[in-house]
Design a binder for this molecule. Structure first.
Ligand SMILES: NC(=O)c1ccc[n+]([C@@H]2O[C@H](COP(=O)([O-])OP(=O)(O)OC[C@H]3O[C@@H](n4cnc5c(N)ncnc54)[C@H](O)[C@@H]3O)[C@@H](O)[C@H]2O)c1
Length: 254
C-alpha cells in the first residue's frame, strides 16, 4: 500500500521548486494533491509536469485570509476533505543590511512567510479535524535556527514559524493533528539563484561556492531530498512525531 493512499494534501508554493517536488512525491504516494500558488500558468505547468489525474491547482495568495479559505474549500469539494497541509509558499526578500532594508519589503516577507502559514493553519485545522486528524508541515529553513548577515527579515520569518509550529503542535495534539517544520539548507531552486545574485551581484557562482563549501555533505539539496522528508511527515510513518524541527541541511548545523 502506498504511504498516502486515501489522503488529500494541499501544498502552498506548489508551483515552486520544493512544492512541486512534494506534489510529485505525494501523488506517487497515492494522495490527491491540490497545488496552490499565485500564477495560473506556472500551476498549469506544474500539474502537467506531475502528469497525473490526482493533481490539480488553485490560484490563491497566502497573505489573504479569504484565499486560504478558498483553497481549503476547493480541496474539500474536489476531493472530500483535507488530511495534509504543507505551508510552503515563501519569498526570500532582499539581500541588504538591517540599516538599508526597505521597511515595506520587511512587511512583505512577514506577510508571505509568517502570516501566510498562520492564515493557512486557521483555514486548514478545522478541515483536518473533521477527518479525525492529519499532518501539517511548515517549510522553515536553516535560517530558522541561525542568523546570517543581510537577510534579517527572512531569518526572522523562518525563526517565527518554528514558534508557530510548536504552539500549533500543542494546540492540535488533542485533535490528532501533528505539526512539524522541515528546515532545508540551500536547495536547487529559483530562490537560491536569486539569493546568489543578491550576495554576489554579477558573480553568483562565487556566492554559490561559498555557500556550498559550508555544507558538510558538499552539495546543495535537490528539491526531492526535501520532499522525501515531507512525505515521511505527511504519512502515518511519522504517527508519533509532532512539534519537531526536521533539519534537512547536509550537516550544516551539526
Ligand atoms: N530554496 C532554498 O534553498 C530553500 C532553503 C530553505 C527553505 N526554503 C523555503 O522553501 C519554500 C519553498 O521555496 P522554493 O525553494 O521552492 O522557492 P520557489 O521560489 O521555487 O517557490 C516558492 C513558491 O511560493 C510562491 N509564493 C510566493 N508568494 C506567494 C503567495 N503570496 N501566495 C502563494 N504562493 C506564493 C511562489 O510563487 C513560488 O512558486 C519557501 O518557504 C522557502 O523559504 C527554501
Amino acid at each position: 500500500m502506498n504511504r498516502l493512499d486515501g489522503k488529500v494534501a494541499v501544498i502552498t508554493g506548489g508551483a515552486g521548486g520544493i512544492g512541486k517536488a512534494a506534489g510529485k512525491l505525494f501523488v506517487a504516494g497515492g494522495a490527491d494533491v491540490l497545488l496552490v500558488d499565485l500564477d495560473e500558468q506556472a500551476l498549469k505547468a506544474a500539474c502537467q509536469e506531475i502528469g497525473s489525474n490526482k493533481v490539480s491547482y488553485c490560484v490563491a495568495d497566502v497573505t489573504i485570509a479569504a484565499d486560504n479559505h478558498v483553497m481549503i474549500s476547493t480541496a474539500t469539494e474536489r476531493y472530500g476533505g483535507v488530511d495534509v497541509f504543507l505551508a510552503n509558499a515563501g519569498i526570500e526578500g532582499d539581500v541588504a543590511s538591517i540599516v538599508d532594508y526597505d521597511e515595506r519589503r520587511f512587511d512583505q516577507v512577514m506577510a508571505v512567510n509568517v502570516k501566510g502559514p498562520f492564515l493557512g493553519l486557521k483555514a486548514a485545522i478545522p478541515a483536518i479535524d473533521k477527518r479525525g486528524g492529519g499532518s501539517i508541515i511548515i517549510t522553515s529553513s536553516v535560517a530558522g535556527v541561525g542568523g546570517g548577515p543581510n537577510v534579517a527579515p527572512y531569518v526572522t520569518s523562518k525563526h517565527a514559524v518554528i514558534g508557530m509550529m510548536r504552539s500549533a503542535a500543542k494546540e492540535c495534539a488533542p485533535m490528532n493533528i501533528r505539526v512539524n517544520t522541515v528546515n532545508p539548507s540551500p536547495v536547487e531552486t529559483r530562490m537560491m539563484r536569486s539569493l546568489e545574485e543578491g550576495i554576489a551581484p554579477g558573480q553568483p557562482e562565487i556566492a554559490r561556492e561559498q555557500l556550498r563549501s559550508r555544507i558538510p555533505l558538499g552539495r546543495y539539496a535537490e528539491p526531492e531530498d526535501i520532499a522525501r522528508i515531507m512525505l515521511f511527515l505527511a504519512s502515518d510513518d511519522s504517527a508519533f512525531v509532532t512539534g519537531s524541527v526536521y533539519m534537512a541541511d547536509g550537516g550544516s548545523t551539526a
